[in-house]
Design a protein around this ligand. Sequence first.
Ligand code: ADP
Ligand code: MG
Length: 819
Amino acid sequence: MATGNPDWIRLDKALSIEADKGCTNLQGNQYQFNEFLCLNFGQSPPTGTPTSDRRKWQNFAAQYADYSNLSVAQRKTLISQTRQFLYELRKTLETPRELPPPKLPKTTAITDKKASLRPVTLDQSLNNLAEVGYKRGELLKRLGLHTVKDILFYYPRDHIDYARQVAISNLVAGETVTIVGTVKRCNCFTSPKNKKLSIFELILRDHTGHIKLNRFFAGTRFTSRGWQERQKRIYPLGSIVAASGLVKQNRYGITLDNPEIEVLDSVGSSIESLKIGRVLPVYPLTEGVGADLIRKAIIASLEAIKQIRDPLPRVLREQYGLMGLKDAIGNIHFPETPELLAHARRRLVFDEFFYLQLGFLQRRQEQKQVHNSAVFTPQGKLIKQFDDILPFKLTNAQQRVINEILEDLNSVTPMNRLVQGDVGAGKTIVAVFAILAALQSGYQAALMAPTEVLAEQHYRKFIPWFNQLYLPVELLTGSTKKAKREEIHRQLQTGELPLLVGTHALIQDPVNFQKLGLVVIDEQHRFGVQQRAKLLAKGKSPHVLTMTATPIPRTLALTLHGDLDVSQIDELPPGRQAIQTTVLTGKERTQAYDLIRREVAQGRQVYIIFPMIEESEKLDVKAAVEEHKKLSEKVFPDFKIGLLHGRMSSTAKDEVLTAFRDNEYQIIVSTTVIEVGVDVPNATIMLIENAERFGLSQLHQLRGRVGRGSHKSYCLLMSSSKTPDVRQRLTVLEQSQDGFFISEMDLRFRGPGTVLGTRQSGLPDFALASLVEDQEVLELARLAAEKIIVADQTLGSLPSLKKELETRYKKLMGGEILT
Ligand code: ADP
Ligand code: MG
């Protein structure tokens, strides 16, 4: 008990005995009852006694001085009032008051102390920092962190918010908090169940309640008596402690999970720990490199922040409300508040987008200064003839995009245009117009597709059209026979062959064109940068048309193709029926099979798709083979069922597809090799097994294989997954046929990777920026980049920005520059 406090227990005992014995002013060992009371109340009231109680306290001294003159009844009343008063006062004094928050150490202040001794520079090796040293510096290199600058630009992947101080009774499980309280009890002992485990217990109390904190120490050195006693001595009773951690509900109530704890010198005094009471950075780690090492290295590096130069012009920063780079770097690591963290993050996300866009736009400007492409006039025989033989009227969207393309082609500047359009929007025709423009001006064209199936599909479509125009067209793939191959090579070289369709074979073969003027790339995101460049190198600044059947959200489009002009075919040809889409569980399988029987009975055809289940193609093939067997023998013994998978030779695949096209097979069982290209208008059911394993865009692609003719079509998504998230995701397909909307949802549900398919080709590796969350900042960055490039394309007036762009853009593009 603190000094200056009365002996509550003796006082109360005296009062109660006097009352029990009839208020006779009893004689004790040393004093008479009223003398004892007088002496006690004659002292000054205990520290912390409220002013109004101080007066009462002094009054009691006077009343007990006069005690012998009071009647027994008056004495009784006085005693009972005194007891009541002391009880209340004791309660007031012993209940802890709200404790002010501890003062946080300033991260910069810590390093400033050392700054004068040994200045840290941005280029300094981390090994040379005393706080890191050679051995740990070598570990940091595993994360690519060599210099002070490297680590300052190594952003945390997350933060834990310990900045909120919360009263004990207000703690809510799942939140991260800091509490401040007085030590009521402290214990440290060996676990009765595990002799190698030491359990440390601390009971803290504040003005609202108390809480038990536990820490566990595994290892024999912690179970020694000495160590345990030393632990206890760190937290003496009555001392004030700050603790940060995650609030957890266990069966004994609420607690902090493995908290950081520190004793404060006094109420409101400052703490040393860098973890308590602040927004704490969490870094991507690697083996041997712990969070503490990174934090230490960063703190040691912080003073070098002042040497950072912000390459962003001040006007631009002010206009867009962006934090300065120094502040942003400081606050991304050790933010003083969550608001400052948000500001810092916004600035650094802006940078990630900005330099990419700046690079894209600069490239695009540069390309526009190339003036040696062939000029293709839209006026000419071929386009006119093709217009006449077209069996349908072009949609407005198709016409608009064709016009945009023909305008591009009618210029010495190479076209670099991407056509986006939903499945079935009619992209092929658009490409044909571009090809004919090249051909009628005496140039050759090449169309490259990512798979044999798709290349062949295009080729097949082209043949009847090009036959009518008396134009030869050839197909070159990995399975083209040697003699045919050589013949094609020869015809390209002489210029006899104006159009070549094919796969990667187009770039792998020693193919030489006589006059390649136009390159069309289908599903362009499936090709690598090098592959595209190789094809382009076969002509002299050829015009480039790229097409994608996977519509992608604007954030992705800007990030992937910020250097392209983009056209959208945002309208489907008339008369397309919506494909009735239903999500079914395993139990509802009979419904699906009944529908299949009904449709086949009417002459229609069916796809049944199995997803990639194992990472190994071999096992997937096995699954498809087994399902095919089961379906042919047990479920649909009276139908002919074809089988298609990735391990078949392309001739075998081709045979199956041709047979399906000719309706020799009513059903085709396939792995995802069917995904692109197959066009069988008579097929009306697309059944997809384990639909939850696909991205929405991929499912939408698959669904696009039906509904190509005049018959009503169905898409059945089989999924036994009960996860609400999965059901919700698949429902998007039941409700929408709009590829752009679907890909947007895909991006939100599962991130950029799934929208683009399994391979994330070309997506830059952002440290902070999210294509889902940061759309607003991306638009801003694009705008800022446009302004700068328009004003000063070479960035001659902004040398530090130019320098930064060179390193950043290269890094983002993985050292490669997109073509
Ligand atoms: P995608 O954009 O998916 O590549 P395609 O170019 O394969 O689409 O076209 C899908 C189908 O629609 C083809 O059979 C094509 O002949 C047909 N088509 C394209 N444009 C039109 C149109 N304007 N009117 C009617 N049918 C069209
Ligand atoms: Mg297509």
